[in-house]
Ligand binder design. Structure first.
Ligand code: TTP
Ligand code: MG
Length: 693
């Protein structure tokens, strides 16, 4: 009894040490969380990385105290006033609820790991991770049982799971499989929004209506089609908006689905007990602050604490929190004015009757023409999409001398395209017109560029971003359509599309508060600082865009201009954080900060590879990217301290041991950390690696 008491009295410092990789992912429910935290803590302890994490934690604690003090100062009259403000805002927000759309979020299961297992079936059933000793991209579900997960340094993962097999990343392979999945997504929503290589948002409202079929049935069908096409499994969430659909896709992972009906009560019940961290846009810092200051753990509590939220946060942040409490999220589809194409398609019972096929074509041409005329569009490229009885998808396109919009013109050229394919047995015909007449159609020459410029200049970044995002959504889907055979282009563009998702609150919230950027999130909580932060951020973004511009010269990149510009926005967290690190007064007074110039060296080559070490980290993994830049920050500090200084600023590819058996690394570990005994300080690992090059 005495013994157990003293054991439980022992300090457990690891309990308050959280990094992105101590946060559970799907498949980690039964994991001994405390053990993982302890291992991570002990292996990081004493390193600069660790110190940096602790510094961030200290800033959060400071922020929490500061906000608590501000909350305590609110008088009864203040609170009653803000309660009225909150009640009014809740009603207003609730009145914007749109239950008319059905959104589907699809996310591949253990994507990179599953692809690797497909090409090497001997990996099946064994714990494995894709990545290297310094960084893991993902782990399969067997490895997750040990607490191993994406973004975790590989040497920590091996400590948690000594039998872990490491497989190096092969991005081309993942791109190939991603493209196969996208062909399936396209069939359900040609304007689908790819959020990363392995995830996408689809508006399935139309397909459900046309086929008189439920969202659940579409989800089943889509999952089995993805499996047929790729041999991989995915999980799906169906909900009235994108924010909820994403939460839902994670519920029955792997190889499962969860449907939230388009019903207000169902949404409110669902959201009532949902932990806030499950919401995209609420990361570690926001979670800590909301919990620490207001005791908010579930989405419903956002509404209960509405008066405090309205009193202490900016409008956009409090709007975001309240809409989370109401289960609201983005439901809109790309706006026509930014469209680069317009399409119409029809699915029918398989037929090879040519007369019937021409009749279908005429109907579709009629519908398309009507839509185009409604929006005042005319275009020069006509694309015919056919899906054969055996589900093969073919596209045929023609670019004309003149712009067309009438059903007669559309039908004439579409018939020529179809004629060349006959005889054929089809189950779907689609027509798409692109290459719009800019004078007539109100479509900007380069909408993305213009809107991004506006974004940079704008003080009202959140609203503008919403517009940008929409423009990206439609541009990208268009390119995706055109480029069924041009994987690289389609990938680049779809890859960036994740900006689209989320409502304006979410975006604004992400840029202000999320823990992908500890420093900005802390400042963001102070309403008075928000504007200043936006302008810092803007400067950092422009700066990075320049860097990127200078480093991407290949002709192909021009085609993916959309993604380049956009990626500057994606890098915003790292850069703005680093920029701010430079400008923020240090809390301890004697901390070292890197100059922006130095940290500009860290950017994402082709939008997924770290310029400093070559680690592959897709842009949608905002938090993980933040962790990764912190990783380099700590590395720099370590090198500066040990005298290697600026040499580390030269971009290089980290040499990852081919043999991942770990013996070599273990030797290094012991050698490099004699005082630590069992522990491997992260920096020793870095130092060893650097010196080994
Ligand atoms: P996720 O969808 O987050 O993870 P996953 O598909 O491996 O597993 P699951 O969805 O079943 O939970 O990420 C998709 C891919 O993106 C992942 O396979 C590898 C890559 N990735 C990274 O490269 N680094 C990261 O930090 C993360 C989280 C993912
Ligand atoms: Mg996934």
């Amino acid at each position: 009894m005495e013994e157990s008491e003293s054991a439980s009295d022992k300090p457990r410092p690891w309990q308050s040490y959280h990094t992105v990789y101590t946060n559970a992912k799907a498949g980690m429910d039964g994991v001994d969380k405390e053990k993982v935290q302890r291992v991570v803590y002990e292996m990081s302890k004493g390193s600069k990385y660790f110190e940096n994490e602790e510094r961030k934690e200290a800033l959060i604690r400071q922020k929490i105290e500061h906000m608590r003090a501000r909350a305590a100062k609110l008088s009864a009259a203040d609170l009653s006033h803000y309660q009225k403000v909150a009640d009014k805002r809740i009603l207003e927000l609730d009145s914007t609820r749109d239950l008319s759309r059905i959104w589907l979020h699809v996310d591949m299961d253990a994507f990179y790991a599953a692809v690797e297992t497909l090409s090497n079936p001997s990996l099946k059933g064994k714990p494995m991770a894709v990545g290297s000793m310094s960084m893991i991209s993902t782990a399969n579900y067997e490895a997750r049982k040990f607490g191993v997960r994406a973004a975790m340094p590989g040497f920590i993962a091996r400590e948690l799971c000594p039998d872990l097999i490491f497989v190096p990343t092969d991005f081309k392979k993942y791109t190939y499989y991603s493209d196969l999945t996208r062909k399936v997504f396209w069939d359900y929503d040609p304007n689908f929004m790819a959020a990363s290589l392995d995830e996408a948002y689809l508006d399935i409202t139309k397909v459900c209506e046309e086929r008189s079929i439920t969202g659940a049935e579409i989800a089943e069908e889509l999952r089995s089609r993805v499996h047929e096409e790729t041999g991989l499994t995915c999980s799906v969430g169906v909900a009235p908006n994108r924010l909820l659909a994403k939460v839902c896709s994670d519920i029955n992972k792997p190889n499962g689905q969860f449907v939230l009906p388009n019903d207000r009560m169902a949404v409110m019940t669902f959201i009532s007990s949902l932990p806030i961290r499950k919401i995209g846009g609420i990361g570690k810092v926001t979670e800590n602050i909301l919990k620490g200051v207001f005791g908010i753990s579930t989405c419903e509590e956002m509404l209960q604490k509405g008066s405090f939220l309205c009193a202490l946060f900016s409008h956009s942040s409090s709007d975001f929190f309240l809409s989370v409490g109401l289960g609201l999220g983005g439901t809109d589809t790309p706006e026509a004015r930014f469209r680069k194409s317009i399409s119409s398609e029809r699915t029918f019972s398989t037929t090879e009757d040519a007369a019937l096929l021409y009749q279908k074509l005429a109907d579709i041409a009629e519908m398309l023409s009507a839509d185009m005329q409604k929006e005042g569009l005319s275009g020069r490229t006509l694309t015919l999409k056919l899906k054969t009885a055996s589900f093969e998808v073919r596209t045929r396109a023609v670019t004309l001398q003149k712009y067309i919009s009438s059903s007669d013109d559309i039908l004439k050229h579409a018939s020529n395209l179809l004629k060349a394919e006959l005889p054929i047995s089809l189950r779907l015909i689609g027509l798409r017109v692109s290459h719009f007449n800019e004078d007539k159609g109100g479509v900007l020459g380069n909408p993305t560029q213009k809107t991004l410029t506006t974004f940079f200049k704008s003080g009202d970044a959140s609203r503008r971003t919403g517009d940008d995002q929409r423009s990206l959504g439609s541009d990208l889907s268009d390119l995706h359509f055109i480029s069924e055979k041009e994987t690289a282009i389609s990938l680049d563009n779809n890859e960036t599309c994740h900006h689209e998702f989320g409502d304006p609150f979410e975006r604004k919230h992400l840029s202000d508060i999320d823990d992908k950027n500890c420093i900005s999130s802390i400042n963001a909580c102070e309403m008075e600082k928000i504007d200043e932060l936006s302008s810092n951020k803007t400067a950092a973004m422009v700066n990075t865009a320049d860097v990127k511009e200078r480093t991407t010269k290949s002709p192909k990149r021009d085609l993916s201009r959309v993604s380049e510009d956009d990626s500057s926005v994606q890098r915003e967290p790292e850069d703005s954080n680093l920029d701010r690190l430079n400008k923020e007064p240090s809390t301890s007074g004697n901390e070292e900060f890197f100059s922006l110039n130095q940290m500009e060296m860290l950017f994402w080559v082709d939008d997924y590879k770290c310029s400093l070490c070559g680690a592959e980290l897709p842009s949608s993994f905002v938090e993980e990217r933040q962790e990764h830049s912190d990783f380099h920050l700590a590395e720099r500090l370590q090198e500066e301290e040990s005298g290697t200084g600026l040499s580390s600023l030269i971009p290089r590819l980290r040499i990852v041991p081919k043999d991942c058996s770990g013996s070599q690394n273990r030797r290094k570990k012991h050698k490099s950390s004699p005082k630590q005994g069992m522990h491997l300080p992260i920096d020793s690992f870095f130092t060893k690696k650097s010196s080994g090059q």
